[in-house]
Design a binder for this molecule. Structure first.
Ligand code: 13P
Length: 247
């Protein structure tokens, strides 16, 4: 099974996203792969209403680890759970970069989600500067270690997903080559083993994935799925990626 996930980021108004959800419901046929959409918070209840019973799952792009209380502007795990969300992104590079989320804080989010039975999709990835300095392995290791080592005993390939998104490939049109992405994912499996985490976790690739490169990426041994930004905002291209085998 592969996992095909669409991260809508901060796109679409609630009414435009109803149109997109309906188009996805009409266009996307779920086969043996898992299909997930991550709309903005304001569209999650619509995702529940429109996608329920289609086999397409939905999730949130962020969460706060506290149960409830004085955290103005935040959304809790129990709020998500009541909307039928099964998944939640954690530590997307845009959140690390623009909102300064620390490894420990991200680990708290993972823990809170897992305690409620939601599946975290935990994102890691190096910047272009880090890549040029040749420190990809140590950057990824630090991102994994600082959030996940305290949770090592609880993570399995059924309750947790990892996403490798090289920052230089996000929204730039520059995709990592399938070979390059596969090699880095193999390196990530080595890091997981070194840190005492399960090496068979699902690892998604993200960064300018599109219908034209989906099959080449998904055919690689270590690439268990795709986390798609821009190309998930149109039902046709998202649907084409869900049907990657037929391309
Ligand atoms: P793009 O597919 O637009 O490059 O975005 C990838 C991403 O950040 C998904 O989380």
């Amino acid at each position: 099974m592969k996992i095909i996930a669409g991260n809508w980021k901060m796109n679409g108004t609630p009414s435009a996203n109803v149109t997109l959800l309906e188009a996805i419901k009409d266009t996307v046929t779920v086969g043996e792969d898992k299909v997930i959409v991550f709309p903005p918070f304001l569209s999650i209840a619509d995702a529940q209403r429109i996608l329920k019973g289609t086999g397409i799952a939905w999730g949130a792009q962020n969460v706060h680890p506290a149960e409830s209380g004085a955290y103005t502007g935040e959304v809790s795990v129990s709020m998500l759970k009541e909307t039928g969300a099964e998944y939640c992104l954690v530590g997307h590079s845009e959140r690390r970069q623009y909102f300064g989320e620390s490894g420990q804080f991200l680990g708290d989010k993972v823990k809170a989600l897992m305690a409620a039975g939601l599946i975290p999709v935990f994102c890691i990835g190096e910047s272009l500067a880090q890549r040029e300095q040749g420190i990809v392995g140590s950057v990824l290791k630090e991102q994994i270690a600082s959030s996940l080592v305290p949770l090592a005993d609880t993570l399995t390939n059924e309750n947790f997903i990892l996403a490798y998104e090289p920052v230089w490939a996000i929204g730039t049109g520059k995709t990592a080559t399938p070979e390059d992405a596969n090699n880095t994912m193999a390196e990530i499996r080595g890091i997981l083993t070194e840190l005492g985490l399960p090496r068979d976790l699902y690892i998604l690739y993200g960064g300018s994935a599109k219908p034209e490169n989906a099959k080449a990426l998904l055919s690689k041994e270590h690439i268990d799925g795709l986390l798609i930004g821009g190309a998930s905002l149109k039902a046709d291209s998202f649907g084409a990626m869900v049907n990657w085998k037929e391309r």
